[in-house]
Write a protein that binds this ligand. Structure first.
Ligand SMILES: [Zn+2]
Length: 343
């Protein structure tokens, strides 16, 4: 089969669209013929090399996968060849105390398909039989692939960790990103009033079209935390949704009202941020980490997607062989929503 593989770590120039061995399946696995695979920053991090990860080479990433079941392992129940599916990218042991509580992303052996194992930037991928979810005919492969990872992540952040309630103010930082852009529609679904930041007025307009109430251009207004303060009657917001990290961390905490909750799932601008500790204890704010989602949250958010209550946000669809340029575009932050590759 063809894959967008790399044999050494580095920039997009290391990616080669080349022939690789066909994957095989075990008794509890299915083979999925990939029809669409969306890009995430994770693809870039793995390609550049994560020292702790010990990625086997050659490797190909890709964790947002939709396709057709091509082969079914002997022990897999209820999955048939030809079924159109979305793939849950969680890799879990199923046995540890967290798995037993249903907290997949806290599993002691937790991994992500396409990060810890070879992924969907290829014609075929092997996944566990209970990680495929049938797609309704109304949902395209491209829409499904673009939806999965960012929405399971944003759902856990906004609903489970952020506990957004009707009428609450929600600040979403850097709204061009995949998690941030869809967090707008999820926060709206929860009844929140949404404030977004971006360096780009066009992205602020797109966020307003998704339901954002207030847009702040942080390039034009370096003191954007003050604008958040003004936009909330000098109270601050109930919830901040963060994945930018170092560049915004200090002001994100500043933007919280007393008892507010900052939920973070990433640090794309850098891993070390400045925290004013008195602000944390005096305003009694909560700083909450969040990674991916558990199976229940995955099913909940996919059900709302299938019902048409949450939309896929697609920036562009590109052939897999042109994936290097697409990854460069993602690295430069030029997209709004997801870039989808099709083998
Ligand atoms: Zn586990």
């Amino acid at each position: 089969m063809k894959a967008l593989a790399f044999h050494e770590f580095g920039g997009p120039d290391k990616l080669k669209y080349e022939d690789v061995p066909d994957p095989t399946i075990g008794p509890n696995e299915v083979l999925v013929r990939v029809r669409a695979c969306a890009l995430n920053h994770l693809d870039l991090f793995v390609r550049e090399g994560i020292p702790a990860l010990k990625t086997p080479l050659p490797f190909w990433t890709g964790c947002d996968i939709a396709g057709e079941v091509a082969q079914v392992g002997a022990e897999v129940q209820g999955v048939t060849v030809g079924t159109r599916v979305a793939v849950n990218p969680n890799l879990t042991c199923g046995r540890c105390e967290f798995c037993r509580q249903g907290e997949d992303s806290l599993c002691v052996r937790y991994g992500i398909l396409g990060e810890h194992t070879r992924g969907g930037l290829a014609e075929y991928v092997t996944v566990r039989g209970d990680n495929v979810l049938p797609l309704p005919p109304t949902v395209s492969f491209e829409e499904a692939a673009s939806f999965i990872l960012t929405n399971m992540t944003a759902w856990r952040m906004v609903v489970t960790q952020g506990r957004v309630r009707p009428g609450q103010d929600v600040l979403i930082i850097g709204v061009g990103g995949g998690v941030s852009s869809t967090a707008v529609q999820i926060a709206r679904l929860c009844g929140g009033r949404v404030i977004v930041t971006s360096s780009d007025d066009a992205k602020l307009d797109k966020a307003r079209a998704l339901g954002a109430d207030v847009g702040i251009n942080y390039k034009k207004s370096p003191d954007w935390a003050r604008q958040v303060f003004e936009a909330t009657g000098k109270r601050g917001v109930d919830v901040v949704i963060e994945n930018v990290g170092a560049a915004t961390w200090k002001d994100s905490i500043r933007s919280l009202k007393g008892g507010g909750r900052l939920v973070t799932c990433g640090a794309t601008s850098g891993p070390v941020g400045e925290t004013l500790i008195p602000l944390v204890f005096w305003k009694q704010v909560h700083i909450i980490g969040s990674t991916m989602a558990n199976r229940q949250e995955f099913n909940d958010v996919m059900r709302l997607f299938f019902a048409g209550r949450l939309k896929a946000i697609i920036d562009e669809v590109v052939p897999l062989k042109d994936g290097a340029a697409a990854q460069q575009r993602l690295a430069e932050g030029k997209q709004f929503g997801k870039i989808v590759l099709t083998p």
